[in-house]
Design a binder for this molecule. Structure first.
Ligand code: FMN
Length: 194
């Protein structure tokens, strides 16, 4: 297989892994730097780099879990034990966790929407880079992505928002394929009469 064939084959078959199924090894510090460098190589109108990658290092996972749990208690004061266990499980899953913040420059003339699109593109590039390094990744949001206390604890300011939590690790088994849209349902050729 030449480089082009294998790249096309990768793009045609790439699949996320479920975060709870991702085990060691995760990326080494050098691999993570390489992955994030690729993530930052993303279309970006105005060269604003309107995204930030917040790495939650392994030694800080317990404090990260505590921070999430505190925010969850305030958001859902009536939550039971199982919900708190789920929050802890979320915080500790997979060997590597990166939070992607959409961090738009609101003084710029570049529309907010375009800056947020660039953040989505950077997150997808991050996933591609992780997979290309032989790992599996997963981009998820959930309640924590919409909680202001969590965003602020992660360094979000002003119009910054959490674009997602990307978990990276190794998937013991190949993931099952999921249903994909039929091309005809999501594309059409424009015609001036329509
Ligand atoms: C912005 C965003 C947020 C997501 N949040 C969640 C989530 O909270 N929970 C979940 O199970 N999947 C979530 N997903 C979907 C997962 O990433 C899902 O596993 C993905 O669709 C798999 O796609 P793939 O097979 O192309 O890799 C989210 C996807 C995106 C783009």
């Amino acid at each position: 297989m030449n480089d082009t064939t294998s790249l096309l084959s990768y793009l045609a078959t790439r699949r996320s892994g479920k975060p709870r199924q991702l085990v060691a090894p995760g990326p080494s510090p050098a691999q993570l730097d390489a992955i994030l460098t690729i993530a930052a190589r993303t279309p970006d109108h105005g060269k604003l780099a309107p995204w930030r990658f917040v790495v939650i290092d392994t030694e800080n996972r317990p404090e990260f879990a505590q921070m999430l749990d505190k925010a969850y208690r305030r958001e859902r004061p009536d939550a039971g034990r199982l919900e708190h266990e789920a929050v802890a499980a979320f915080a500790h899953q997979a060997p590597c966790l990166i939070v992607i913040l959409s961090a738009p420059d609101t003084t710029s003339h570049i529309p907010l929407w375009e800056q947020q699109l660039s953040c989505g593109a950077a997150t997808m590039n991050l996933l591609h880079a992780a997979h290309a390094h032989g790992f599996a990744g997963s981009w998820i949001t959930g309640w924590a992505a919409y909680n202001d206390e969590v965003a602020s604890a992660l360094g979000a300011r002003g119009d910054d928002r959490i674009a997602g939590f990307v978990f990276i690790g190794t998937l013991p088994d190949s993931p099952e394929e999921r249903l994909r849209p039929a091309l005809g349902d999501v594309m059409r050729h424009w015609s001036p009469e329509a």
